[in-house]
Design a protein around this ligand. Structure first.
Ligand code: FES
Length: 189
C-alpha cells in the first residue's frame, strides 16, 4: 500500500481529499453514525473518507465503539467522483473497526457494507461487532469473514491509511467497489 505521507503526488491522485464538514451531526451521533462529507477532489475514480485521529481516538461520542479492540463503527461518507466537468456525489456507509490497540493504520480496518452475494447492504448485528445481510441471511464475523449463508466470500476490506493533514494525523478510508457474486475478490474498474 502506498504511503500517502511519502508520495504526496500519488496520494493526491489516488485519494479524494475530504473534510469533516459541520462536525458530527447530532442525529447521526445519536445513531452511532459519523457523517463525513467530501469537500474537494483532485482524484479520478477513487474516493475516501477522512477523520482526524483525535476524533478516532476520542473515547467519548460515536467513536467510543473504536476504543476497544474488536469494536466497529458505521461511518457514513459522501463519495465524490469527477465525471468530465461534473462532480457526482453519493452517500455510502462503511464499517470502521479497531483490530488492535495503538494509533497506526494497521490498528484499524474498514469493511465495505455491500454484500458480495447480490449487493444488498449488510448491517451490524446485535453484538455491534459482527455483520448480517438481511436479504438472504448471510452472517459475517467481526473481521468480515463469512460465517454462513450464500455469499461466495467475506466482506470486502477497504484500505485504511494515516497521513498528515494540516500538521495532524488523519485517518483515510479508500472507497472501492468490488465485483459481486464471485468467490474471488476483484475490484471493479
Ligand atoms: Fe446478502 Fe444475498 S445479498 S445474502
Amino acid at each position: 500500500m502506498a504511503d500517502p505521507a511519502q508520495t504526496p503526488d500519488a496520494a493526491r491522485r489516488e485519494f479524494v481529499r475530504a473534510g469533516l464538514l459541520g462536525g458530527i451531526c447530532a442525529a447521526c451521533a445519536a445513531a452511532g453514525v459519523l457523517t463525513l462529507s467530501a469537500s474537494e477532489t483532485s482524484g479520478e475514480a477513487a474516493a475516501v473518507a477522512v477523520a482526524p485521529m483525535e476524533k478516532v481516538l476520542d473515547e467519548l461520542g460515536p467513536f467510543a465503539a473504536l476504543s476497544a479492540v474488536g469494536g466497529a463503527l458505521p461511518v457514513e461518507i459522501t463519495i465524490a467522483r469527477r465525471d468530465g466537468w461534473r462532480l457526482r456525489t453519493r452517500r455510502q456507509r462503511v464499517f470502521l473497526r479497531r483490530v488492535k490497540a495503538g494509533q497506526t493504520a494497521d490498528c484499524f480496518s474498514a469493511l465495505s457494507p455491500i454484500c458480495p452475494h447480490a449487493g444488498c447492504s449488510v448491517e451490524m448485528a446485535g453484538d455491534k461487532k459482527s455483520f448480517h445481510c438481511p436479504c438472504h441471511d448471510a452472517q459475517f464475523a467481526a473481521d468480515g469473514s463469512l460465517v454462513e449463508g450464500p455469499s461466495p466470500r467475506g466482506l470486502d476490506a477497504l484500505e485504511v491509511s494515516i497521513a498528515p493533514r494540516d500538521d495532524k494525523p488523519w485517518l483515510f478510508i479508500k472507497w472501492q467497489d468490488f465485483v459481486i457474486g464471485k468467490a474471488e475478490r476483484r475490484a471493479r474498474a
